[in-house]
Design a binder for this molecule. Structure first.
Ligand SMILES: Cc1cc2nc3c(=O)[nH]c(=O)nc-3n(C[C@H](O)[C@H](O)[C@H](O)COP(=O)(O)OP(=O)(O)OC[C@H]3O[C@@H](n4cnc5c(N)ncnc54)[C@H](O)[C@@H]3O)c2cc1C
Length: 472
């Protein structure tokens, strides 16, 4: 009987959604469900029972209202490049994909802002504004697939945070569909606005737990006309902390284990004759091709004289710059090669970074001598990535996570600096947030989504039973 009731409940739900969204936007097709069964994390894939493709913000809101009236949980999906398992469906969930919300709506060429729907990819947006002399500075390896809505939901960082900040710093306005079907349109376009509590910050970085982001207004920067890139070889991380004071845009540190693995993964030519303990990829963005490149060369010459840098390759062309970035961007290939992996994106105070890397490497190689442990990151903002794998069992993966997150807690770092919590880091969140903070997060979730329709069980658990099982 219960099976029959469930089937009729599902048929009614599907019918109501089809009436609202149209037949082409509601699918049970197995192939489509398969391609919406998981993100880039190691969380086990699960086919959603239904995939929804709303085409307008109003349709997103209407779909949520129907889902809420049926008490049907849903997972919000952007470009599925997340590394925390937040967009991977859990059993019985409907997937709500933003892929069809892909319109760029308004381009303010005077004020320098753009309004885009959530499903526009980062690369699509970057290319669009650059063709008109503007620049959207957020940049990350997954640019071709990740969406602006997903970037906002995860408060993405990336390569240029030291100069331009994270997604939170680049969003002027936002539109969100709430779990009960209300559409909150807060498409502010002015930089300064002191009209009460700035609600957009509730949704940026909330990983889809409090609402579905449908549109964003983004702040643009004038397009830099000069870009200079260099790869430096250093004898210590301490030297990198001295070099960073001079750099303006990107500052990507790669320890030698990462560089060796990157060269091997892409069959690249080694950048220097010798192996060095630390490498730093630097990039400056500016307005004058000639004087900017002279300025970078002067800084690097001084760093060589002061023995901060041991060797350096300066890109002489865009192709050269692309080749230097290839070492850092080998991460996509390394993620595929080291599966099943543990991937960390921790935030470490700069003063503790060197000590943290040395002790984490020692602990990890001591416990898991047969795995690779690669250290790299956007270190200018204290964001260290560790990629460790492959692991044979989930028990091993869990052990690695415990070792790294406990060490992060000891240096008062944070367990996620950009990829988010999702389901992968949920049980470790207490290393970075106090019980009072977690309680307030639970209250907000209950206030905005009392039926737990949206991304249930991601980031935090609200009910006692799930909390007990995830804290085990
Ligand atoms: C090769 C590679 C490199 C990466 N480099 C970086 C990096 O440098 N910096 C960085 O920050 N991240 C990086 N990431 C992680 C990932 O690309 C980012 O987290 C990205 O912002 C996720 O966007 P997405 O559209 O793919 O979101 P998804 O993976 O689809 O979803 C991520 C989370 O956001 C939620 N969500 C998605 N869209 C919405 C929406 N419209 N409204 C509400 N919630 C939503 C989902 O439910 C999920 O919880 C990298 C990933 C890969 C694979």
């Amino acid at each position: 009987v219960s099976e029959a009731i469930m089937q009729s409940h599902f048929a009614e739900l599907k019918e109501a959604l089809t009436r609202e969204l149209g037949i082409a936007s509601v699918t049970v097709d197995v192939g489509v469900a398969e391609s919406h069964s998981g993100d880039w994390s190691e969380v086990a894939h699960e086919k959603p029972s239904l995939v929804l493709f709303p085409r307008t913000p109003a349709q997103v809101a209407a779909a949520l209202q129907i889902l809420a009236s049926f008490g049907q949980p849903a997972v919000v999906q952007g470009g599925l490049t997340g590394l925390a398992g937040g967009a991977t469906p859990r059993s019985g969930e409907v997937a709500l994909s933003l892929v069809k919300l892909n319109q760029i709506e308004e381009f303010d060429r005077i004020g320098g802002s753009i309004t885009a729907q959530a499903g526009v990819t980062l690369e699509q947006l970057q290319t669009h504004v650059e063709s008109e002399g503007w620049f959207f500075p957020l940049d990350l390896g997954a640019r071709g697939s990740c969406q602006i809505g997903g970037n906002a939901a995860t408060n993405a960082g990336g390569n240029r945070v030291i100069r331009y900040g994270t997604m939170r710093d680049l969003i002027l306005g936002i539109e969100v569909a709430l779990a009960d079907g209300r559409l909150l349109t807060m498409l502010n376009r002015v930089t300064k606005n002191t009209t009460g509590i700035d609600l957009k910050h509730l949704f940026i970085g909330a990983e889809g737990t409090l609402g579905v982001i449908t549109r964003v207004v983004l702040k643009l920067a004038p397009k830099p006309v000069a870009s200079n890139t260099a790869l430096c070889a250093l004898e210590s991380f301490e030297a990198a902390t001295r070099l960073i004071k001079e750099m303006l845009s990107a500052f990507e540190v790669m320890w030698s284990d990462f560089m060796t693995a990157a060269i091997k993964s892409g069959d690249f030519k080694a950048p220097f004759a010798d192996i060095h303990p630390v490498y730093v990829l630097v990039e400056t963005l500016g307005s004058s091709p000639e004087s900017d490149s002279q300025a970078l060369e002067q800084v690097l010459e001084r760093a060589l004289e002061d023995e901060i840098v041991s060797d350096v390759v300066v890109a002489q062309s865009l192709d050269d710059a692309h080749r230097l970035w290839e070492y850092r961007e080998a991460i996509g290939e390394l993620l595929s090669r080291l599966k099943p992996y543990a991937a960390f994106d921790v935030g470490i105070p700069m003063g503790s970074m060197d000590r943290f890397v040395a002790s984490a490497r020692e602990s990890l190689t001591g416990i898991f001598p047969n795995q690779q442990h690669l250290f790299f990151g956007h270190i200018g903002d204290g964001n260290l990535h560790v990629l460790s794998g492959p692991y044979a069992s989930s028990a091993e993966l869990h052990r690695v996570e415990e070792v790294v997150y406990a060490a992060v807690g000891e240096v008062a770092g944070c367990i996620s600096a950009e990829h988010g919590i999702g389901v992968v880091k949920k049980e470790f969140l207490h290393h970075s947030r106090s019980e009072d903070e977690l309680d307030l997060m639970r209250s907000l979730k209950t206030l905005l989504d009392p039926k737990l329709i949206l991304n249930r069980g991601r980031v935090i658990d609200t009910d006692a039973a799930s909390r007990a099982s995830s804290e085990k």
